[in-house]
Design a protein around this ligand. Structure first.
Ligand code: HEM
Length: 399
């Protein structure tokens, strides 16, 4: 008797030589096995969904639960049966999710974010002043890409930036896939305690910020302290880790493709959408759980099975993005990508991220047109073990 073939492992290795491309296996799978089973580092098997149309269908399917979102499948220490905290917007489903989303979505409208643009621009300018005054080389991550989104999200939420050392460290631990369970839990509890203290203070002394409004706006349907803390934590971590990595990776890819700089500066909105597609920094996709039998393309998915919607694979699907492996700022319909997800959980902070990316990249390359890498690319360390892909340090020089 021949043994049943082993379920292949979730592809995790990016091709040599191009730190921007997802694992090469995705392209083969899109052709030959677009939705097929893989074994995940968390120990369970999941349907890996690789085609654009199927990824969108999965993310729009209300019978699929987000209880393992965003990417619990890549954490070897994950407890798949862990109870979902009330307040965990990204993991809740149906009415419980809609209730929380309604409370925050108005804070992130296109209009609100446009009003914030001037503030973001002033931060970009002051950080560039400081970087240029300090002299080359600089670490673009430490001196620019991380502090700008961090300051913006702190201002928006009402979190004192002076406390950043602790929550930047805790956020980084929480998105790391190789932190031990103890370290992950410690970071979560430390950050929760910190936020509980902050909400208690805001209850006494409300300010003009999102956290204060979350407390005071809900007279007929107030959030509990646990909900406030977990929702606050989700916003703080999401607001830090994603945009900072996108700014640093976008800078790197533009430094390596100098012919794309002029078109990027001419049409930053278009360029940012294409960078979001091309880089797809939510590198492990988003996890879903079947609460009843359903269908993905020609596959029958059974109740109790897991699915990984591979955003980075969908964003390289040639049938939607011809020449998908090329960064092309002239692409038609640049907003078609799924870098911010799709459906009920599509990113709440996407307008904010767009404004930050547009301002950071245009500000940087207009002020420092001769920016260059201060080390060889082979010396850069990339974040292969975090939920959000990026580069750890980006030494740059000019002049
Ligand atoms: C370039 C930057 C960003 C990228 C690529 C990104 C990506 C994503 C993705 C893919 C999802 C969907 C997760 C799922 O379906 O399970 C998501 C959800 C979310 N994002 Fe972002 N994000 C970014 C910036 C931000 C910022 C700046 C915030 C600020 C608060 C934010 C807050 C959130 C929240 C709260 C959710 C959960 C929404 C829900 O479950 O209804 N994100 N993001």
């Amino acid at each position: 008797m021949t043994a049943a073939p082993e379920t292949p492992a979730l592809p995790t290795t990016r091709p040599d030589g191009c730190p921007y491309d997802p694992p090469g296996e995705y392209a083969d799978r899109r052709e030959t096995a677009p939705t097929s089973k893989v074994r995940c580092p968390a120990g369970m098997d999941a349907w890996l969904v690789t085609r654009y149309a199927d990824v969108r269908a999965v993310l729009a399917d209300r019978t699929l639960s987000s209880r393992g979102a965003s990417s619990v499948h890549v954490n070897p220490n994950a407890d798949l049966d862990e109870e979902i905290s009330p307040g965990s917007i990204i993991q809740l489903d149906g009415a419980a999710h809609a209730r929380l989303r309604k409370k925050v979505i108005a804070e992130f409208t296109v209009r609100r974010m446009k009003a914030l643009r001037g503030y973001v621009r002033s931060l970009v300018d002051s950080h560039l002043d400081a970087m240029l005054a300090q002299g080359a080389p600089a670490d673009l991550v430490r001196d620019f890409a991380l502090p700008i989104p961090s300051l913006v999200i702190c201002e928006l939420l009402g979190v004192p930036y002076a406390d950043r050392a602790r929550f930047q460290r805790q956020s980084a631990t929480m998105v790391s896939t190789d932190a031990t369970r103890e370290d992950g839990e410690r970071a979560y509890h430390e950050l929760s305690d910190y936020l509980a203290g902050l909400f208690t203070e805001k209850r006494r002394n409300p300010q003009d910020d999102l956290f204060s409004r979350l407390i005071s706006d809900g007279a007929d349907d107030p959030l509990t302290m646990e909900e406030l803390v977990v929702l606050g934590l989700s916003l703080l971590v999401a607001g830090h880790e994603t945009t900072a990595n996108m700014i640093a990776m976008s800078t790197l890819v533009l430094l390596e493709n100098p012919d794309l700089l002029a078109p990027a500066l001419a049409e930053p909105e278009r360029a940012v959408e294409e960078l979001l597609r091309y880089l797809s920094v939510v590198q492990w996709g988003v996890l879903r759980y079947a609460t009843s039998d359903t269908q993905v393309g020609s596959r029958s998915v059974r109740e109790g099975e897991w699915l990984v919607a591979a955003l980075n694979s969908a964003n390289r699907d040639e049938s939607v993005f011809p020449g998908a492996d090329k960064l092309d700022f002239a692409r038609e319909s640049p907003r078609t990508h799924v870098a911010f997800g799709f459906g009920a959980h599509q990113c709440v902070g996407q307008q904010l991220a767009r404004v930050e990316l547009q301002e950071a990249l245009t500000g940087l390359f207009r002020r420092v047109p001769d920016l260059r890498l201060a080390v060889g690319r082979e010396e850069l360390a990339f974040k292969h073990n975090t939920l959000v892909y990026g580069v750890r340090e980006l030494p740059v020089a000019w002049g």
